[in-house]
Design a protein around this ligand. Sequence first.
Ligand SMILES: [Zn+2]
Length: 348
Amino acid sequence: MIIHNKFIGGNIFVDRIEEQHVYLRNEQRDTVAVNGKDRFYWAFVVEGAEGQELTFHFGKRRLGIWGPAVSHDLVEWHWLDQNEDNTFTYRFGENESKVYFAHHILYHPTHFYAFAKRNGLTVEEFCKSRKGSSVPCLKFGVGERSIILTARHHACESVSGYLLEGLVEALLDNPIENTRVLVVPFVDYDGVMEGDQGKNRYPHDHNRDYIDEPIYPEIRALIDYADKYGCHYGFDFHSPGHSDKRIFMMASIKPEKIHRFSDILVEEYLEGGLRYAAEKQVEWKTLDPHEPMRTFNNYMSSRPENELALTLEVTYTGSEAYKLTADSLRVFGHSFANALRRYVLENS
Ligand SMILES: [Zn+2]
């Protein structure tokens, strides 16, 4: 049997194996602990354990309420629905030669290429990553209004990929007139491929790189794009703390606009989708005028043409009432598109 991280998004360190017990740690890599808090992302594959029952131990908070996400192909994922004290047990079937486990459901570039193909769209190169890889994007629509949709400024925050699928589908089905849309679903492309935490990277992560001289080519390219076409609406999808069951907005500028959009999003709930509830609708971050946070949403909000820009923090797990799955994320993406369409109509 082997346990390893040699696949897209892989992240694990095997401490030791004692009979049927496997002791694991995740890899922090260049992520710096902030206020003593390290990061919780991990993903690994077990090969050659057919017929065995193994118990995996993390020793600290590394499992959400449904336990690990499980996959046989990195495409379809389900929750194991088991978490006892950050330990889980898996009985490998006689033919289960390869099983992936992860902190939450993963979303890889292969998902995105398949999604584009299903919808008759062509994935374009947005820019080259630091490591020379082609960073994918989608562009559709024409017009004076520019909407920018981004995810994975923090590499591991993968669940929004499915949300973006629903959102883009809805915008294709029922376009907002006079509007061009840019979708960059893997802003930290190299980090996504390598399975990095991404958050709190040294010396700063992608979502603190909206500075005069960005160090990441993807951020340079996003600023250049906004200079060329504007960013009238900018939405950056993230995920919050490991065990937060909610979806909430983070924004620091234009509170009345954020509140209005937030109210609409509550109203646009669709059956079967994750729910954006009022319990933690908007969380404010105070901007220190001497050292503003150089985030996507602060930067885009500050542009003169911008109407609305925000960060949406999307739970990794959902709650008991609204469980996170690829499908519930896609349905929520439709809600988000409907809310956006309404907001744009109200303001044009
Ligand atoms: Zn984030």
